[in-house]
Design a binder for this molecule. Structure first.
Ligand SMILES: [Zn+2]
Length: 467
């Protein structure tokens, strides 16, 4: 049931990486807490002020998170599983002082929706709620479009994170989780270039009523992204010159400046979590050993590229297995990167290539486990799979080789999806399954291309040379 077509995956990954690395990293977060949330927070801060809340070593709270990964309507642009598992692993390290440990409440959900993928606010307000797990923190990863890196939508109570803003060592999700658990920005009141009526002073005399209302976070007036230390100085209402504290997750300093929540912030988060009543008393925190592989046997050759069957022995307690396949063992360019909730998978790869594969077992609460040994196999592209498309597929691409700007005719059986990829596997263009059996195409750049044909039963790839 988790048969993932490899070609699609290959394209998808490159698409994701492109999306990830081409977008700007200095986008901000427009989250402003609702009136209701601010009221609750202020009530809690009054209790802090009255000395009614004492910082004590609390038992760890296990917090369920439901992950939703959004692609466009064609299923392109998913946040890669590798980044997801790494993010969850890093998140749990960052939240150790808070006493929170996040765990997967359920399988990772995939949603194909152009508007959600673009982070369209109306779509989020109208539709995101329908996907929610009401007993978890709901985190949606999307491809971009809008300027912001992450938003906590208070009304729907969901977090939206742009894929490109949550790569290795990023703190976007940590910041948004702070909002989720009622934390305002340290520069609260200055958002959008405004100046608040009551400006927080550096001597702490109005810390409860100005800024974020916490007295152990320093005054901060900077509502744009900044690198630390802040290049210029700030001046408070008493004329005191200072620089803001870059270390707090809830400011707009660069991700690499962030390292902590303040004690009062952590207490406020604990207070909010308690009110939500979603935490559970215990989860399986073990780092599981990697599973023992069964097939393909190490060094296997001549495997049908279109249907590579992989399986391994179950690891007791495993929630899922993270399976990766990379051509030439180049793990930076994965051909397959999926969570499998079973002990077998069928990968649809392509070409006559050597591939390497590895697998690891995770629990819902520990996604930091190691991969086992790397094994290799090699494939061949079965001519039979081409014949299965039908005899009318002869003369599939014409002319091939062809020339720049020349009209290329592609003939397909009705209902076939055709995807044109460049030599890096990046999608150049794609044609939806249609009633047309002929597609005309012009290519503007010389190179080797791959034309991927997908039907409901089969996928195969034909090389196209443009000179
Ligand atoms: Zn924010």
């Amino acid at each position: 049931m988790f048969v993932i077509t490899m070609v699609k995956n290959y394209i998808l990954l490159f698409f994701s990486l492109l999306a990830l690395f081409s977008s700007a990293q200095n986008n901000s977060c427009p989250t402003v807490l609702s009136f209701d949330q601010m009221q609750k927070l202020q009530a809690f801060q009054q209790r802090l002020e009255n000395g009614e809340v004492i910082l004590n070593k609390k038992a760890i709270k296990y917090v369920p998170v439901k992950i939703h990964i959004i692609g466009n309507k064609n299923g392109i642009g998913y946040y890669p599983v590798s980044f997801l598992l790494q993010t969850l692993c890093e998140l749990n390290t960052r939240f150790i002082p808070t006493g929170f440990h996040f765990f997967l409440s359920d399988v990772v959900s995939y949603i194909n929706d152009d508007e959600l993928y673009e982070g369209n606010s109306d779509a989020i307000w109208n539709r995101a709620g329908g996907y929610k797990d009401s007993k978890a923190v709901n985190i949606f990863f999307h491809g971009g479009g809008m300027q912001w890196c992450g938003v906590y939508f208070g009304g729907v109570d969901v977090i939206f994170i742009k894929n490109s803003c949550q790569l290795t060592d990023a703190t976007t999700l940590t910041h948004e989780l702070g909002h989720f658990f009622t934390l305002p920005h340290t520069f609260s009141g200055w958002e959008g270039g405004n100046t608040p009526g009551n400006i927080e002073k550096i001597d702490g005399s109005n810390c409860r009523t100005a800024g974020d209302g916490f007295c152990d976070t320093k005054a901060d007036y900077v509502s744009v992204r900044w690198s630390c230390p802040l290049f210029s100085n700030l001046k408070d209402p008493n004329g005191v010159i200072f620089k803001p504290d870059s270390s707090i997750y809830m400011n707009y300093a660069s991700d690499n400046c962030h390292s902590r929540f303040s004690n009062e912030q952590m207490l406020a988060m604990q207070n909010d979590l308690q009110g939500r009543n979603i935490a559970v008393p215990t989860v399986d925190l073990r780092s599981l050993p990697a599973p023992q592989k069964i097939a393909p046997l190490p060094g296997a050759t001549n495997i049908n590229a279109n249907e590579v069957k992989l399986n391994w022995r179950a690891v007791p307690g495993a929630f899922a297995y993270h399976l990766q396949i990379a051509r030439f063992g180049n793990w930076e360019y994965l051909n397959y990167d999926q969570l499998i909730y079973d002990t077998s998978a069928v990968a649809d790869l392509f070409g006559d290539w050597p591939y390497a594969w590895r697998v690891r077992a995770i629990t819902v609460a520990n996604t930091c486990s190691s991969f086992g040994t790397v094994d290799t196999f090699s494939t061949h592209e079965s001519p039979a799979s081409i014949n299965e498309i039908g005899n009318d597929m002869k003369g599939l691409l014409y002319p091939n080789p062809s020339e720049i700007g020349q009209t290329i005719l592609i003939k397909t059986p009705i209902g076939t999806q055709v995807i044109l990829c460049n030599s890096l596997g990046q999608t150049v263009t794609k044609f939806e399954p249609s009633t047309k059996a002929e597609i005309e195409l012009k290519i503007a750049e010389a190179g080797i291309y791959f034309v991927v044909f997908k039907t409901s039963e089969n996928t195969f790839v034909k090389r196209l040379l443009v000179q």
